[in-house]
Design a protein around this ligand. Structure first.
Ligand code: ZN
Ligand code: ZN
Length: 301
């Protein structure tokens, strides 16, 4: 979308005006048929445009989107007007990265910092429709909040993998995936993210999930959640036979939802297998862990 926005600007057209002209409504998310209009306006190839946008999957009522040829649930790839970015990458490379469009990427591995989702000068959330890629609506350049920090190695491997998968770089994706927990092998970005969430959301058993699984949570909290989840998943994969203990911190509603509504079969099978392992190990009469989300069949009782 950034591309379309800059094209409008280069022609002296306001974002809202351009969207009206094309008959598009970004608030509801764009669908595949809108791509044709955008491609026409940009004089670009429709497939190329399609690959760079988060598009709604029409047959599933907006719960799923497609981004760069990957199927992701809308929680993982939101279609809001908000944006997040790395000001240093924008300064050096001059373009926004596709993986920033997903919740799976809360940080920049190149500059070892969290991505920025609000302007350091005026405090407002960063919006798609802004005067320039690097410039806030208040007129100032975006600045990183913290520089010179470092990211956990698990998180760096994760960021590298997500970026490579979304860019279609199979070689880099394969080598990065070797540094991820074995349980995530062959999963899609959507499945892997939700699996890591299931293992990382709870700081400790019984901690409130809403503090972390909320759209306005800080990106450093998302980074910490991912690191936690990746570490716990490595433990599960390494254990000689699986221990019940490994499931102590699992947020079961997310894992159950992944088993029942996966982006791809491989994700659903992995989640269902973990739930089966848990169920088999669990002594009867133990208290129920987690609560069953709405509309879901009870997988563990
Ligand atoms: Zn960066
Ligand atoms: Zn500002």
């Amino acid at each position: 979308m950034s591309w379309l926005l800059r094209a409008f600007q280069a022609n002296g057209i306001q974002y809202e005006e351009g969207m009206r002209w094309l008959g598009l409504d970004r608030r509801t998310g764009l669908s595949d048929s809108d791509v044709v209009k955008v491609a026409w306006a940009l004089h670009a190839d429709a497939d190329e445009v399609r690959g760079r946008m988060t598009l709604l999957e029409s047959r599933t009522g907006g719960r799923w989107v497609h981004l760069a040829g990957h199927r992701l649930c809308r929680w993982v790839a939101p279609t809001t007007m908000m944006a997040k970015l790395c000001p240093l990458c924008l300064r050096e490379a001059g373009f926004a990265r596709i993986d920033w469009l997903t919740r799976a990427v809360p940080a920049c591995r190149r500059h070892s910092c969290s991505l920025v989702q609000a302007c350091a000068s005026c405090g407002r959330k960063i919006h798609w429709a802004r005067p320039g890629l690097r410039i806030c609506r208040c007129g100032r350049f975006f600045k990183p909040f913290e520089v010179g920090g470092s990211l956990e190695p698990e998180l760096v491997a994760w960021l590298e993998w997500v970026e490579a998968v979304l860019l279609g770089d199979a070689g880099v994706a394969r080598s990065a995936s070797l540094r991820l927990p074995p349980l995530l092998q062959d999963m899609t970005v959507d499945g892997a993210y939700r699996m890591v969430e299931a293992f990382g959301l709870l700081e400790r058993p019984g901690a409130p999930v809403r503090a972390v699984r909320h759209s306005s949570v800080s990106l450093s909290a998302v980074g910490a959640m991912l690191t936690r989840g990746l570490r716990r998943l490595s433990e599960v994969g390494r254990a000689e036979g699986m221990a019940l203990q490994a499931f102590e911190d699992v947020h079961f509603p997310v894992l159950t939802e992944l088993a029942e509504e996966p982006a791809a079969d491989v994700d659903g099978r992995r989640a269902a297998w973990l739930l089966d392992c848990y169920r088999a190990m669990r002594p009867s009469g133990m208290r129920r862990v987690g609560s069953r989300p709405r509309r879901q069949m009870p997988l563990f009782l």
